[in-house]
Design a protein around this ligand. Structure first.
Ligand SMILES: [Fe+2]
Length: 269
């Protein structure tokens, strides 16, 4: 496992009250308070270089350590703003920029391989996850599967790989008040994959795409993947365009709650 990246030490001295819930975190970001605080600290080029090289590298994710003087939620806000999330880009459309993730609650497909924001016009490029509540064990990982690994495995059937890359799926049937959104599963550069939607589309797509979806659903469970853990000591940032992810298989009673901040992307036009 790669060492955890420590954030700039100056971040521990920012004069902001730690947000204890999602609305407080969203408010800090919306009002530009986090951005003002970051503007007062010097840039840390070593952190910057290490952060982006890991996130843009083959693993598609980076784990950032939470110093004892910082709350995970505040660090998530700092990281998201530092990465380029502007107050003007904050919104509440289709899940919103900042949201609470409660493990084992309702959307159990989150515990299967998926990408976030498949119904957005442009899904968020990155997701930042930090622990709000619960005491996760080392087994409660947020698994990461790079799309490149999936694409390599699909080369065994070039015809289905081609249909996954170019034939469209409709991603907004659950949002009838919004215009249709048609996009391929393995688009360039955005990947979209979430089983309940893809499964429903199976009736409507070509034979080749149906084969491609079945093959993908099969191979994602055979390929090697990464197992970073979101805990009180570390947060996770991943590339939502270049990796699939899945939450740990835990029940609601575990009390595991995360804050998720989506960095960049456009939900609706
Ligand atoms: Fe997710």
């Amino acid at each position: 496992m790669k060492p955890i990246l420590a954030p700039p030490t100056d971040w521990e001295r920012v004069a902001l009250d730690p947000p204890d819930d999602v609305p407080a975190a969203a408010s800090l970001l919306c009002r530009g308070r986090v951005h003002e605080a970051l503007a007062k600290v010097p840039t840390d080029e070593l952190f910057e270089q290490a952060f982006w090289s890991r996130l843009r590298g083959p693993d598609c994710h980076v784990a950032v350590g939470v110093p004892s003087g910082l709350s995970p939620a505040l660090l998530a806000c700092l990281v998201a703003a530092w990465m380029g999330l502007k107050p003007s880009a904050m919104h509440n459309d289709i899940g919103g920029t900042v949201s609470r993730v409660v493990s084992g609650d309702g959307h159990r497909h989150d515990q299967s391989w998926h990408t976030d924001s498949t119904a957005w016009v442009e899904p968020n490029r990155y997701s930042v996850l930090a622990l709000l509540a619960g005491r996760p064990t080392v087994h409660e990982s947020t698994d990461m599967l790079p799309v490149a690994t999936v694409a390599r495995a699909l080369t065994r059937d070039p015809v289905v790989a081609e249909s996954l890359a170019h034939e469209s799926v409709t991603w907004r049937r659950n949002f009838p008040h919004l215009p249709n959104l048609d996009a391929p599963v393995l688009g360039d550069p955005v990947t979209r994959w979430v089983w309940p939607v893809v499964e429903e589309e199976m009736e409507r797509v070509s034979v080749n795409l149906r084969r491609g979806v079945k093959l993908t659903a099969h191979i994602v469970n055979e390929l090697p993947f990464h197992r970073p853990v979101v805990s009180a000591e570390r947060l996770l940032v991943f590339d939502n365009w270049r990796a699939l992810h899945r939450g740990p298989q835990v029940e609601r009673a575990s009390g595991r709650e995360l804050i998720r901040i989506k960095v960049t992307g456009v939900a609706v036009l």
